[in-house]
Design a binder for this molecule. Structure first.
Ligand code: ATP
Ligand code: MG
Length: 340
């Protein structure tokens, strides 16, 4: 069964064809970050207009790459939320119109649930193991830092969340303070790598704070963000080079995310850990989680960590009946996941 997945919730216009919820037949991603870089963040109206300009071309390319025609598709699945209203509207209405015109099923997918399902995708050359359930999912993205207990397909409980900034948002803001550009995650990772290769020591001498929020599975990154600001401004002493601040920031985020995730996974007695969302592309985060976890850790290849259509299609495959939608499917910018 082949499903077309469409994603437009933020600043990636993406479409992909996935077979049986697992085999990636195509994966087209048109990123708009160059349009938003000058503003240091995504401008919703600009994003929506650009989605509209390229979405049909992106979908055509995904079908062409997959050598798949509409008549071979079981469904068109689209992100219904959460996300930016204008961008979501473009994706949802395009999927609705195409599904109707080609007489295929329409499925409305939750973007966060889909991030978890990137772990079910098989990509060329990757050693592939289907995640064992129950699992603990750590969704670390631009808008979320959630710990999700996944008991089965469609059976979730959010046991932890960020109380302020999301991890990705903290990466983006710290990068901005350091003048490293947007998106901040990859820029911080690159800069921190320069620091460690220059000093030959992975551990930066500068130590920034960690918010443990003991007794809870919640996270907080606003204190760390403020500490970066004070350090950059030289309020705590002569400001260290930006590579060192970037490295200390990254180490702090990785330390908290990995320790708290492993602790919760062991306590809940799950069988695996699912890393997902844009920040999951971060190599130190992936490596540290694997090193610290007594359980198998699954992490999608970096290109499937950030927003893509393949994860939407994979999620739709496993949740086909539950996600079936009709012509009244509407974008839901504030769509909830795993909590009330
Ligand atoms: N290598 C990396 N290291 C750290 N962070 C990264 C890396 N690559 C991307 N990111 C961060 O991932 C975020 C984007 O992730 P994603 O595309 O999943 O977010 P989003 O879709 O905007 O938010 P959400 O999924 O919560 O709706 C950005 O904040 C970006 O800085
Ligand atoms: Mg996302």
């Amino acid at each position: 069964m082949k499903i077309l997945g469409i994603e437009t919730s933020c600043d990636e216009t993406a479409a992909a064809v996935v077979e049986d919820g697992r085999w990636l037949r195509s994966n087209v991603i048109a990123s708009q970050f160059h349009l938003h870089a000058q503003h240091g963040g995504v401008v919703p109206e600009v994003a929506a207009r650009h989605h509209l300009e390229v979405i049909l071309q992106v979908i055509d390319e995904a079908l062409l790459d997959a050598k798949t025609s509409w008549s071979e598709l079981a469904a068109a699945a689209v992100t219904a939320g959460p996300g930016l209203a204008g961008p979501l509207l473009v994706g949802v209405n395009t999927a609705k119109a195409l599904a109707y015109a080609h007489d295929v099923a329409l499925l409305g997918v939750n973007h966060l649930e889909a991030h978890l399902y990137a772990n079910w995708l098989e990509v060329d050359g990757r050693e592939y193991v289907i995640p064992e359930l129950p699992a603990l999912g750590l969704i670390v993205s631009g808008g979320h830092t959630d710990l999700i207990l996944m008991r089965g397909h469609g059976d979730y409980e959010r046991i932890g969340r960020t109380r302020d900034d999301a991890a990705g948002e903290a990466f983006d803001k710290a990068a901005r303070m350091l003048g490293l550009g947007f998106p901040g995650g990859p820029a911080i990772e690159r800069t921190a790598r320069d620091a460690s290769s220059a000093s030959g020591d992975v551990k930066p001498s500068l130590r920034l704070p960690r918010a443990w929020l003991k007794g809870t599975d919640d996270f907080s990154f606003s204190g760390l963000k403020t500490a970066v600001l004070h350090t950059v401004r030289g309020e705590t002493g002569p400001p260290p080079p930006s590579e060192e601040i970037a490295a200390a920031f990254q180490t702090s985020v990785v330390d908290v995310l990995t320790k708290k995730t492993v602790e919760a996974a062991v306590r809940e007695g799950v069988r695996s850990i699912l890393l997902s969302g844009g920040v999951a592309a971060n190599t130190p985060l992936r490596e540290t989680l694997v090193a610290r976890s007594p359980l198998p850790v699954h992490a999608p290849p970096p290109v499937l960590c950030t927003d893509n259509g393949a994860m939407i299609a994979a999620c739709a495959h496993y949740r086909f009946e539950a996600l079936a939608a009709g012509p009244d499917l509407d974008p839901q910018p504030g769509m909830k996941f795993a909590h009330v």
